[in-house]
Design a protein around this ligand. Structure first.
Ligand code: SF4
Ligand code: SF4
Length: 277
């Protein structure tokens, strides 16, 4: 269902070797480098922790590392993991909120290894500002989490959005975030970057609206969508919201799979995950 003819040969090859963008690829490994601790929005389901070694979900890392430490870690892991094909920045905050750290990390690793695939995930707020630089840094795969394409629905998902020194809430926050997410995705797609959209299913809040999100990002030219259940986290606004069942997720993926390629094997990894899926 996704049009692959749009991408150049190099990007196609990198996509085939990317464990998250290519079906059941368990042969290639990925490595998340936790260099980005801060975030510019507050999702009602998120609690970021930096010291938890036995919890497995996005937003969690044992320790934040500096770009220099990230390079050292990459060099060490690459020595023992010959199938390491992707380096990703996935927080534990937002990769573009801490763009200095993110860009420096990628630059250092690129100097050391011209071939490794770069992947990054973001809430998309800062994408219009940084899309061109991501391309210049050689980032070929970007994930944007979009939980609504209607600002009224977003108002129930995000507590605030901070942009250019101003804090927004309610519909205004939702409208601003959405505008930047869509503009940013558009720019990335123009550049030939492969885009994935993550959607967290929030029962009673956005579950009925998910086909609409998928339709919107499909029309923009995104490659794949990852519909994921909420992980209700203690201390978050949504700690008591029930997670979608496997059957509910499968139903949504089946429905949306008519429009765009679906990811079925996401493990909702930590911000410092290393290895095969
Ligand atoms: Fe947490 Fe990511 Fe949402 Fe920021 S964008 S609040 S790090 S889930
Ligand atoms: Fe891949 Fe999902 Fe893990 Fe990201 S969280 S590395 S998309 S499996």
């Amino acid at each position: 269902v996704s049009d692959f003819s749009f991408y150049n040969e190099k990007v196609k090859e990198k996509t085939v070797k990317h464990p998250c963008y290519n079906g059941c690829n368990h042969e290639n490994a990925r490595m998340h480098l936790p260099v980005a601790p801060r975030c510019n929005i507050q999702c009602n389901y998120c609690v970021r922790k930096f010291d938890c070694a036995n919890e497995s979900r996005p937003g969690v890392a044992t320790r934040i590392i500096s770009p220099g430490e990230a390079l050292e870690k990459y060099i060490q892991v690459k020595k023992t993991m010959a199938n390491l094909s992707v380096v990703g920045i996935a927080g534990p905050g937002d990769a573009l909120c801490d763009f200095e750290n993110t860009s420096r990390t990628l630059r250092l690793i690129r100097e050391y290894d011209p071939h490794i695939t770069f992947c990054l995930s973001t809430n998309g707020l800062m994408l219009p500002d940084h899309a061109d630089e991501l391309d210049a840094l050689g980032v070929s795969h970007v994930t944007v989490t979009i939980n609504a394409v209607d600002p009224e629905i977003s108002a129930g998902i995000y507590k605030y959005v901070r942009y250019e020194g101003v804090e927004y809430s309610g519909d205004k926050a939702g409208a601003l975030l959405l505008q930047n997410q869509l503009r940013g995705l558009n720019r990335l797609i123009e550049k030939g970057i492969v885009c994935k959209v993550n959607i967290v299913v929030l029962k009673g809040i956005n579950d009925f609206h998910i086909p609409e999100i998928v339709k919107t990002v499909k029309e923009l030219g995104c490659y794949i969508v990852n519909i994921m259940p909420l992980i209700p986290v203690q201390g978050s606004e949504f700690e008591h919201l029930p997670a979608a069942t496997v059957q509910e997720i499968m139903k949504l993926r089946r429905e949306c799979g008519r429009m765009i390629r679906q990811m079925h094997h996401c493990r909702q990894c930590r911000a410092d995950a290393v290895g095969c899926l």
